[in-house]
Design a protein around this ligand. Structure first.
Ligand SMILES: Nc1ncnc2c1ncn2[C@@H]1O[C@H](COP(=O)(O)OP(=O)(O)OP(=O)(O)O)[C@@H](O)[C@H]1O
Ligand SMILES: [Mg+2]
Length: 321
């Protein structure tokens, strides 16, 4: 991180070309292959979006249903880049002091008291308290608490995950846009702080509300759908090697059938994995009505959804899996 007046990061920034890429990645195919070695199975669309976002140094905005691999893509990219992952979890009411920085008030107070006590005891060369110097100390970097956005600017290179940005409110989105446009932060007492290498930024949204066009315009956008049957079976087999091929296919077929129903909360890949793991722990080798009824809590978390599932003819679905 550099302070005001020092040279700007090279070759990066809005629309810049030459971003951070994992070693050996020259196109979406290699990126997809490297993600797969870490257990993340991306399709061509996602691999292309992620590659372009990295190559063009653009934030990657991933929108999609719950459990479709948005958050874990950011974590896997960080692993691949061997860079730390800095996560900003958004929520309603989040503001700059929680996202960017805050002053460490208790420590400032302690420092103030200690300085006062030292001055009163005549330990400061008998000249009393140097107020100007003390103020300067109190508002130095030492007493600044770096929240995730500042941490990301200070830790370069890194992957900054702005998770579930749709949960934050409009004002916060505007503020975020400002930080992501320049990768700089202005702290009145300290000046402008700038990332030496802008972080790789991944934003996720469950689309509980529409994000503003201005933010979308800055980002490379990709909608993440539930995976195809074949890909989801592969995800289960990759993530949970102990699950048999047959069970993986049956669980995936059942989950995909459930997704076609009008459920309050359609299950994501996370639920498929949880269900397969639960069944394996119970020693089940295949799905039947009894085991489905007993383990449905792994996959459906609303009573109404469970009732609906019980009335579904899952055996017919499983016959083909
Ligand atoms: N393509 C994939 N390859 C490997 N694992 C995946 C893939 N997609 C999802 N998963 C796994 O599914 C689980 C859920 O993924 P993740 O938490 O990233 O989803 P999400 O889209 O962030 O969900 P939410 O919207 O609920 O936060 C994780 O355990 C993740 O590893
Ligand atoms: Mg997530």
């Amino acid at each position: 991180m550099t302070a005001k007046g020092e040279s700007a990061p090279t070759g990066l920034g809005a629309g810049g070309v030459g971003g951070l890429l994992p070693a050996g990645v020259t196109g979406p195919t290699q990126l997809r292959e490297q993600l797969a070695t870490l257990g993340y199975l991306a399709d061509d669309g996602l691999a292309t979006a992620a590659f372009l976002a990295l190559r063009l140094s653009r934030p990657l905005l991933l929108e999609g249903e719950a459990g479709t691999g948005k958050t874990s893509l950011a974590a896997t990219l960080a692993q691949l880049l061997e860079a730390p992952l800095v996560r900003l979890q958004c929520y309603e009411g989040i503001d700059a002091t929680q996202a960017l920085y805050d002053w460490d008030f208790p420590r400032q107070l302690l420092h103030l008291r200690a300085s006062e006590a030292a001055a009163a005891g005549g330990q400061v060369d008998g000249s009393g308290l140097d107020v100007a110097r003390l103020e300067g100390e109190l508002y130095s970097r030492r007493f600044l608490l770096a929240r995730p956005l500042l941490q990301a600017l200070e830790t370069s290179p890194c992957v900054l995950l702005v998770d579930e940005v749709d949960r934050a409110d409009d004002e916060f989105e505007a503020f975020l846009l400002e930080v992501l446009s320049e990768y700089t932060v202005s702290v009145p007492e300290l000046g402008t702080l700038r990332a030496e290498v802008p972080p790789v930024v991944v934003l996720t949204s469950n689309r509980t509300r529409e994000l503003h066009d201005a933010l979308k315009r800055r980002c490379f956008y990709h909608w993440l759908d539930h995976p195809s049957f074949a890909r989801e079976v592969e995800i289960v087999r990759t993530r949970l090697p102990e699950v048999s091929e047959r069970l993986a296919r049956q669980v995936t077929a059942a989950v995909q059938a459930l997704r076609r129903e009008d459920l309050l909360k359609p299950p994501g890949v996370a639920e498929t994995l949880d269900w397969a793991a639960a069944l394996t722990v119970l020693g089940a080798e295949r799905l039947d009505a009894d085991i489905v009824a007993r383990t449905l809590g792994s996959v459906l978390k609303y009573r109404e959804d469970q009732q609906r599932a019980v009335s579904l003819d899952l055996q017919a679905v499983l016959a083909g899996a």
